[in-house]
Design a protein around this ligand. Structure first.
Ligand SMILES: [Zn+2]
Length: 382
């Protein structure tokens, strides 16, 4: 069952970027699966704002008009800026012009230091925009760690070389524009009610969107498959709490789905959530990790020992920021299930053949063990 879900999402549907038609198709697939297991599932809709490569642009105005293909860096600021294009190496401290960059658009190379460090330094020196050219053929998609203070785009290595020649030959004025678009996105929600004596709600969640142009077998068809398998297996299982299954949309844009979900709840509804288990990128490599609430993590490690499942609980595991973080922020005990190998995440190699079916089964058995044992979930009841 679980691998079939990974195959459907990563191969038949393929890339399902946040806020796209493909993401919506994936959501509808989740609804149909949940309905097959006897749940009534619904779409919780919201909108996301994304930067638009197709309407963002870099236009050289002199010596000749020339339009260059750009990709805005995620979290770039938006708007139109004009200025002289000025090269600044890799944007290391000694590479900026002594007179600063006031009113200029900086042209820098990718590499050695983070995009954030480059952009912070350029903005502090007065640059009104930044153009980062690739250090390998073609263009790339970059991400800033924090919201950028100026518009920032990437261009191909080839265009970078061409513009540098023009800049070396004389003054080049340019207009840099970064635009955004609004798109619909959605969460998929289904519930197994816990009866009149229910002690609260346990949320099981996994995001089903991907970054653009990747199959997303591990990130996160793997977690989505575990979520659906749990829904199937818990269908007729009496439990002392309500279980809410949520497929989150637009996680890759910054946990948008989980944030929207929590924002949509009343204070009381938030207090009713006794725990959140998040399944993200848990299908690659040889062992499973659990991160988060120390009591729940401790219990999961014990359950792993009882069932002969290797579980790591190192806080050094990658992937600390996923939808569980939205719940943690509100003080809701949360755990993330994630595997150790994150090497193919956000690449075109994140494909079905690199997904280890055993890890999916391990995650299902561990989560079932925790849900069935009652403790310490019951202890989290408000
Ligand atoms: Zn993910």
């Amino acid at each position: 069952m679980a691998l079939g879900v990974v195959a459907h999402l990563s191969q038949e549907l393929g890339p399902r970027a946040s806020g796209t038609e493909q993401e919506r198709k994936a959501a509808q697939y989740l609804v149909s699966q949940l309905e097959q297991f006897g749940y009534s599932a619904w779409l919780q809709e919201f909108t996301v704002t994304t930067l638009s490569p197709s309407t963002s642009s870099l236009t050289l105005e002199s010596p000749d008009a020339l339009s260059v293909g750009v990709a805005p860096l995620s979290r770039s600021s938006t708007g139109e800026v004009k200025g002289r294009l000025v090269p600044a190496g890799l944007a290391r401290p000694d590479e900026l012009p002594a007179e600063g960059l006031a009113g200029n658009i900086a042209l820098v190379e990718r590499g050695l230091i983070t995009f954030q460090e480059k952009v912070n330094r350029l903005a502090e020196a007065g640059a009104v925009g930044a153009v980062i050219y690739n250090n390998a053929p073609g263009n790339f998609r970059g991400t800033l760690r924090e919201a950028g203070a100026i518009p920032v785009v990437s261009i191909s290595q080839e265009d970078g070389a061409r513009i540098q020649e023009l800049v070396a030959a004389g003054t080049v004025e340019a207009v840099l524009t970064v635009n955004q678009e609004v798109h619909p996105s959605q969460n998929v929600i289904a519930e197994k009610p816990g009866g009149p004596d229910a002690i609260g709600v346990v949320v099981l969640g996994a995001h089903y969107d991907t970054v653009p142009d990747v199959p997303g077998a591990n990130d996160n068809a793997s977690g989505t498959a575990v979520l659906l398998t749990l829904a199937e297996q818990l269908q007729n299982q009496p439990l002392p709490f309500t279980v809410r299954f949520i497929g989150f949309g637009s996680e890759e844009l910054g946990l948008r789905g989980s944030r929207h979900y929590l924002d949509s709840l009343s204070e009381q509804q938030r207090r009713d959530i006794i725990a959140m288990l998040n399944f993200d990128s848990l299908g690659s490599g040889e062992s499973l990790g659990v991160l988060g609430d120390s009591e729940l993590v401790g219990r999961l490690v014990e359950i792993g020992k009882e069932k002969g499942i290797e579980v790591r609980s190192s806080s050094a595991l990658r992937g600390g920021s996923s939808d569980h973080a939205s719940f943690q922020r509100l003080g809701i005990p949360a755990v993330m299930f994630v595997s150790r190998d994150s090497s193919r995440i956000h690449t075109s190699d994140d494909t079905l053949e690199h997904v280890n079916a055993r890890l999916l089964g391990d995650a299902v058995r561990l989560a079932l063990g925790l849900l069935e044992s009652g403790e310490p979930l019951a202890g989290k009841s408000p």
